[in-house]
Unconditional design. Sequence first.
Length: 708
Amino acid sequence: MRVLQVECSRRPIGTSSGVAGKVTASQSAAIKAADQKNHSDIHLKYRPDIDGLRALAVLGVVVFHAFPSLLRGGFIGVDVFFVISGYLITKIIDDSISERRFSITEFYARRITRIFPALLIVAVSALLFSWLFVLPGDFKLIGKHIAGGIGFIQNLILYNEVGYFDSSAKLKPLLHLWSLGVEEQFYLTLPILAVILARKLNYFILAVMVLAAISFATNIYYIHTNPAAAFYFPFSRAWELLVGSMVAIAGANFTGSKKTRHALSILGLLLIFAPMSLLNDTMMFPGWLAVFPVVGAAMLIAVGPDALVNKRILSSKPFVFIGLISYPLYLWHWPILSFSWLIGEASRLERLGLMSMAFALAWLTYRCVELPVRRYKSKTRSSVVLAVSGIIIALLGLSAYKNEGYPERANVKEYIAFDQAIRWEYSANELCSNTFGKPEHMDSWMFCYTNTKTPEVIIIGNSFANHLYPGLANNIYMANKGVLSIGACEPSSHTDWGTPDNPTSPCASRKADLERDYIDELVAKNSSINFVILNAWWPNFDAKGDYAKRDDQVNTNIKKINIFDRPDRDQNSSFDNYFYGLSDRISTFEKLGKTVVIFGPKPELGKHIRECIDRPLKRTTENCTTIKSAEYAKQQKFREGIVALQQLHPKLKYFDQFNLFCDTSECKYLRDGKPLLRDDAHLSLYGSSYVMDHFVVWARTNMPGFVD
């Protein structure tokens, strides 16, 4: 470590004895001077407690990502970062304008030299690792995110990716760059506003307060109407940075008594630590909940460096050390975790090792990359070099995206078949949306795919109905039959699952019934439709008829299914109400003269199919089978409901796909080395063909007229 200090920086680093040995008095003086020099390029008096606040923020984020059960609300560390950034940037601008030496060109040059060095190192590392070890489908997405991250529009890209089949967040190694996008978009506007109102300080203060209020109101509005926009949009997040701006404008050092400042520093720490401990990622955030960490961070900055928490905790050497490397640590920790998940699930001990690696890389990046760049005298020249380098790296990322992740790479060729097998291109097409329209409450269909304007077969349900489409439409015996897959919600009519009216969900609250009514009317209007296939991720019920979640099948995880506008049925079990709604839906179609067939439930793997396939750096040792009897037992109550339905509807057809996956004792999810699934539950293209080929054979005997 001492050798690296000399070679990378030739300067001491502020640290604790537990990190780099004992610190002598002369070294302490050198550390203080180095820290002040390190921050002199931004024209601010160095406050070690703000580095400590950075440490608190980044530790929350890192622990949340690596060990979420330990700190479920650690993600609010990003909100603390926003306040710090708003404070520092506004302080820089305000001080520079006051001294009549502010230059927008110089401001952005310094931003580039501050942000780009570590960012480009991480981006290049992600590109190289992806080229060597990542499958084309994942590399394509990573390439897009590298370009979006360097261009500071990652937040907008991620917003546009939000959807039913959006890749899991943990499989996006550059996902965390969304926060940089929000910050840099803020930096594009604040300096311009400050320059325009430079001679009228009161107007600038008023403008900041008004913008903060409007931004906060936008955040509250979006959290109820478009939560993804509330999270990712720059203006719905700007209020957090503007709170920091207001602290900077007002003057950071609170003028209250010493006891008051001590008390406020304790309260500020509690306002950050409490939500870190009590919130979780299922809550509606940011919204009102973000007020706590934002106000807490603002209070800790405002009370000044001599307040109790600031002086005793945040200014301590361990916190300052972590604060100094907080930016590269934030950049490194998530790609390291995410790439490990792309390879295979990491154990708790492995994640601990990976985070140790992140700390080491962050320290090296700080010492060997960031500090040398900051010491370089010509900020303009270094910023130009960094900007050009960023453009080149962004173009390389775009190239990976445009070239489908370079599937011709020799080191991944043997895995191409699997990579292609888990892709899905049958969610929606224009022929369907242009022909069959959509309900007024929907922006677009989640699932709407057809090969004709006059379908004879309609597949209704959620994504588990949609995954049957290609296997049926492309079956050789269905060449003259039109097929339509449409819908996103459970097929059981009028069922109230108790879900709030989430605007991003097409099936929340009564919207599911609006969709079902629309589809029922569509079936009634299209006389060409003769056959209705119903499929879903059918719910499991326990012996008492309570809805059982799939994770552990215990009654502590149930939710009640009721029927809209039928309070007289509230005392009925979830099982009774669900099949009451399903029977009602079947009756609707049978009254129209349609033949209805229900696809029974299939067994469930319970983990992503990628865990069952060899990949670069990962030779699978996973057991990708499940016990047949256990899988069947989970579905026992549902099958009882099907028997009752067939008694009520003698013409109802039932296709049991369960045994297509199972032999006498085990259920398997690979056939001839090919995956039947494309994730943990949905059929792959091969799986769809496999299931529907068997269905067509069955239909030729059991459904006259289905196959000519």
